[in-house]
Design a protein around this ligand. Structure first.
Ligand SMILES: Cc1cc2nc3c(=O)[nH]c(=O)nc-3n(C[C@H](O)[C@H](O)[C@H](O)COP(=O)(O)OP(=O)(O)OC[C@H]3O[C@@H](n4cnc5c(N)ncnc54)[C@H](O)[C@@H]3O)c2cc1C
Length: 393
């Protein structure tokens, strides 16, 4: 039986930021990460403002070593007939980065470990329950076997999967059916390093260069607007791509690396992000529409903020959980307003279901309205925009 003050489920940006901030503060910290950071991760563009949080966590210098392509700005065809350009030249935080996400997350995990956290990769929880003397007892898989951990606080940082929340019957509420049809390309010669964003009649596109002459392109639409089957999906994607004016420039001469992948990309949240002996951070608490471009920044921020709440609770504050909840509520309301405002600006296709659904939802803020999937199928970041080996304590 291993004992921790804090056990964090999920070693993505939110979980690792929390571990980095808590380790060395007098609390013992464990992280269970399902992968060995050798999977293909999405959410590659780190906006300039994320630097604030990396500096606050004391990891900005160390992150310079993560492979990245500098992002000098954004070019978008959103609500105007001509491309709108945002240049980061005068941004006080400098440029953004198009990251190798696997290496970014693994670097944060290494930094947490260097500060004293016990990071277990290739390890996932199998079961958890309230311990006899309070706190949580967690059964987790590691090295082909199972071990038990006891902790005072359990953190859900498992991203959109929200493993702990769902297990407790707190399913995140999906606000729409947005999915991304994602393609990765290799051998790209992309002279333009900006993030490209473009609205289309039944969704929107983004594309960005990645380190190693790679690139990503994704078409975001509602799941019910997609055809079924691999071949129809590929034709659908190619037809939409042929109609684009901007985004193809990034990957035009690249070679498709793997079949198209469909991923959940909608907004979803839980009303409660803090409870007796637990907190939810990052996408587990509020999964961002990629249009916001703020998912990574917000995950780092929520990890940092949750770590502060736990330190205050350890020092005897009885209000720390409430304050974290209030911080999350305020952030979610600002996110909702911004999401409605960005989607509401596109008026070019008044009768297209993708856009009319979003207008209707914006008319009743906070209500899933016609966008939400039926309750039975609810599963699950706006334009401003591999390493392996289990680590043991
Ligand atoms: C298509 C798409 C594009 C995006 N593009 C951007 C972008 O360009 N910029 C941006 O800022 N944001 C972007 N986002 C959002 C961004 O990816 C997320 O907001 C961010 O990754 C959330 O971080 P997180 O740590 O909360 O969750 P995640 O990054 O999902 O990390 C969760 C971690 O938990 C692990 N895990 C999951 N289940 C378990 C389990 N049961 N046990 C143990 N470990 C587990 C996972 O392996 C992972 O390491 C995008 C999202 C999508 C869908």
């Amino acid at each position: 039986m291993i004992r921790f003050d804090v056990l964090i489920l999920g070693g993505g940006p939110a979980g690792c930021a929390m571990a980095v901030e808590l380790a060395g503060s007098g609390l013992s910290v464990g992280v269970l990460e399902r992968t060995r950071y050798d999977d293909t991760r999405l959410g590659d563009t780190l906006p300039p403002e994320a630097r604030v949080w990396l500096e606050r966590l004391g990891v900005w210098e160390a992150c310079q070593g993560v492979p990245h392509v500098t992002s000098p700005g954004i070019v978008s065809l959103w609500d105007t007939p001509a491309p709108a350009e945002t240049d980061f030249l005068f941004n006080p935080y400098g440029p953004g980065w198009h990251l190798d996400r696997g290496r970014f997350d693994a670097t944060l995990a290494d930094l947490a470990q260097a500060r004293g956290a016990a990071v277990f990769t290739g390890s996932a929880p199998r079961d958890c329950r309230v311990a006899v003397d309070g706190g949580w007892e967690v059964l987790f898989e590691i090295d082909g076997g199972c071990e038990r951990a006891l902790c005072r606080w359990l953190i859900d940082a498992t991203g959109r999967k929200a493993w702990f929340l769902r297990r407790q019957g707190m399913r995140p509420r999906a606000q729409d059916r947005l999915v991304g049809v994602v393609a990765h390309f290799r051998d790209c010669a992309a002279p333009d390093q900006r993030l490209h964003v473009e609205a289309a009649p039944d969704g929107w596109w983004y594309s960005a260069p990645l380190p190693g002459r790679r690139a990503i392109a994704a078409f975001l639409t509602d799941s019910d607007l997609l055809p079924r089957g691999d071949a129809p999906l590929r034709s659908f994607w190619e037809e939409r791509r042929a109609e684009t004016r901007l985004v193809s420039a990034v990957f035009a001469n690249g070679v498709l690396e793997a079949p198209l992948r469909i991923v959940s990309a909608g907004t979803a949240w839980v009303d409660r992000v803090a409870g007796e002996g637990w907190l939810a951070v990052g996408d587990a608490a509020l999964a961002h529409d990629p249009l916001s471009g703020q998912g990574l920044r917000q995950s780092l921020a929520s990890g940092w903020r949750a770590a502060r709440a736990l330190r205050e609770a350890a020092e005897g504050s009885v209000r720390a959980g409430d304050e974290y909840q209030a911080w999350a509520d305020e952030g979610r309301k600002a996110y909702e307003r911004e999401r409605a405002s960005f989607y509401g600006r596109v008026t070019r296709w008044p009768d297209a279901p993708f856009w009319s659904r979003r207008r209707e939802q914006a008319a009743v803020p906070g209500s899933p309205g016609p966008l939400a999937p039926p309750a039975s199928s609810r599963t699950e970041g706006f334009v401003r925009r591999g390493e392996s080996g289990a680590r043991r304590a």
